[in-house]
Design a binder for this molecule. Structure first.
Ligand code: DX5
Ligand code: ZN
Length: 224
């Protein structure tokens, strides 16, 4: 993998022209498309499912797609997303009765697997599963909506997660999601993140390339 990944979240895109928006954000320099799935049950919002992911693949989107599942129950949706072209699938431990089994389902379906931590969810879930993870995602807002304010205390958790990854010796991506803007992305990089989900900061701009380049400049002050 490259040293870090920029993952535009299409939750903030114009859904009436999602194919075009996704192409534009990739042409502007996005590495991975972050795809937020919300069920109005685990989180108070309702978004997009496997049919929409399939439409993007049919439209010609070839970039890796990072499916962030905020749904409960979670297991049955995993093969659906894998079948239509997901590459990474992450889920919240609170949504699974058997976290280890859910990770196995993701892997069996040929995807990279990750666990997502809400601002108050303990990292203790990581104690016995580092060998089974490709991604750890630290939420820096409460999941459910784009354009919320970054919660500063989640930076401490990012440091803890970085320590755990370094101590484990495994090659695990450390992803951060929520409220990432030009004025805090550098801190996130300093504290150990190497995959950056960016939603409203990109899509509220009228020049995606310019904002992604500025984000990269900030990250590269830390990750050369
Ligand atoms: C929030 C989602 C995020 C969201 C990020 O629950 O998981 O991926 O789209 O959007 P911004 O960058 O606007 O906070
Ligand atoms: Zn997300």
């Amino acid at each position: 993998m490259s040293k870090y990944l920029v993952a535009p979240s299409i939750l903030s895109a114009n859904f009436a022209k999602l194919g075009e928006e996704t192409t534009n954000v990739l042409n502007a320099g996005g590495d991975v498309i972050h795809f937020d799935v919300m069920d109005n049950h685990y989180v108070p919002n309702l978004t997009i499912g496997p049919m929409v992911l399939k439409s993007l693949r049919d439209y010609g989107i070839a970039a890796p797609i990072d499916v962030h599942l905020m749904v409960k129950p979670v297991d049955d949706l995993i093969p659906e997303f894998a079948r239509v072209g997901a590459n990474y699938i992450t889920f919240h431990p609170e949504t699974s009765e058997h976290v280890d089994r859910t990770l196995q389902i993701i892997k069996e379906n040929g995807c990279k697997a990750g666990l997502v931590f809400n601002p108050t969810t303990s990292l203790n879930y990581l104690d016995y599963i580092m060998d089974k993870l490709d991604i750890i995602l630290i939420m820096s807002v409460n999941p459910g909506f784009s354009n919320q304010s970054f919660i500063p205390s989640t930076l401490d958790k990012l440091i803890d997660a970085r320590k755990r990854i370094d101590q484990s010796g495994y090659n695990i991506i450390l992803e951060i999601d929520g409220g990432i803007k030009i004025d805090n992305i550098r801190k996130a990089a300093e504290f150990g993140a190497n995959m950056f989900v960016i939603g409203s900061a990109i899509f509220s701009s009228n020049n995606y390339k310019k904002i992604i380049n500025s984000m990269r400049n900030e990250i590269e002050k830390v990750i050369a």
